[in-house]
Design a protein around this ligand. Structure first.
Ligand code: UT7
Length: 334
């Protein structure tokens, strides 16, 4: 019998501290009006002193595991998508594994903001091939630690958070098609120049703030509006569905204007396109599972709903997944 991967649990976690656009007005030459009209973002969450990506990952994963009813011992594989690992070595997945009390293999997937879709792909493939029965897939970021809070072109965009799903083997979908893409010719458009083996941090790097994220915003914008509709249509086509069949399109939450352009190109009405970036900012690898957690907890997703998840980011990378939702949201207050 054909094996499929179903999402049997979802969880999210946001750090407590809120940074508003007004807070940013006090740090750089920007305005609430500019940030809202150019991006749609009003506020974002910021990790506390000492709080790490693996802390956020573990909190989101605990919720997902609890809701799934899966015993920790039953998790066969932990995949963690991130752009802001606790350290270059060891993996953030290993640090998360131990915080969760798990003993399964654990590895990071680094495809920037597309990391969650890449991790979902690898997790579903492990289940479909019979190499695993249960996979924990996490997207987690303390990305503000890599942000230069003197650079107004980037510091207004990003926020911290984590989301997770538990995948389990089933005899019906679940995860349907997933398409992935990468184009390394665009690798300089979104980059943390120093701190890796290509350029260890030295005084020159620190003087140039090269330990922080640098971005060519307009190139990334053009890339996003090109690849998101294409990848979504490819994944829908590969699963035998069309845009009309979707209950929700869940795009990476980077910029409201990018998402509006995508809506237009796909011909999808905005009631079926999920947006929460006003309150989270761009949480990179965490944005799609955090959006799923929101949809689940607000009871806007039900069994049988067809959803498309689509991400893009540094690399450049992109990916889209078409999924049939299989879990029932809890009653309000339950
Ligand atoms: O997960 C993937 C991550 N990245 C993205 O998704 C980013 C994609 N790109 C974008 O979202 C947009 O390109 C941005 C929001 C980053 C920028 O919006 P834009 O409409 O492309 O603005 P721009 O870069 O063309 O800048 C317009 C003006 C410039 O001033 P001049 O040259 O016209 O005088 C900027 O210096 O806005 C200025 N500007 C700002 N002004 C106030 C740039 N950042 C700010 C700011 N506050 N924070």
């Amino acid at each position: 019998m054909q094996r499929f991967a179903q999402i049997v649990g979802v969880g999210g976690f946001l750090p407590d501290r809120i940074m508003t656009n007004q807070d940013l007005e006090r740090l750089v030459d920007t305005s609430d009006e500019w940030i809202r009209t150019r991006t749609g973002i009003r506020e974002r969450r910021i990790v506390a002193e000492g709080e790490t990506t693996s802390d956020l990952a573990a909190r989101a994963a605990e919720v997902a595991l609890l809701r799934s009813g899966v015993a920790p011992d039953d998790v066969d594989l932990l995949l963690l998508g991130t752009t802001s690992p606790d350290h270059l070595m060891p993996s953030t997945a290993c640090r998360t594994q131990t915080k969760l009390g798990l003993t399964c293999p654990a590895v990071d997937i680094m495809a920037a903001c597309t990391s969650f879709i890449y991790a979902l792909h690898h997790g579903a493939a492990a289940i479909e091939s019979g190499r695993a029965d249960t996979v924990l897939v996490i997207g987690a970021e303390a990305l503000t630690r890599l942000i230069d809070f003197t650079d107004r072109t980037t510091c207004v965009l990003f926020g911290d958070g984590a989301g997770a799903v538990v995948l389990r083997a089933a005899d019906s979908p679940g995860v349907r098609a997933i398409v992935l893409g990468a184009d390394g010719t665009g690798s300089d458009h979104l980059i943390v120049p120093a701190g890796g083996a290509a350029r260890p941090i030295d005084h020159d790097a620190l003087d140039a703030h090269d330990q922080f994220l640098k971005m060519n915003g307009s190139e990334v914008f053009k890339f996003a509006v090109r690849v998101i509709p294409r990848a979504t249509l490819e994944a829908l086509d590969a699963s035998g569905y069309t845009v009309d069949d979707l209950a929700w399109l869940v795009p990476h939450q980077a910029n409201e204007r990018i998402i509006a352009t995508v809506e237009e190109r796909l011909g999808i009405d905005d009631e079926r396109v999920y947006l929460n970036l006003a309150n989270t900012g761009n949480t990179s690898a965490a944005s799609i599972p955090l959006a799923l957690d929101d949809l689940y907890t607000s009871q806007r997703l039900g069994p049988g709903d067809l959803i498309a998840l689509v991400g893009f980011g540094a690399g450049l990378t992109w990916g889209a997944a078409v999924v049939t939702w299989t879990i029932t949201s809890p009653e309000e207050g339950a």
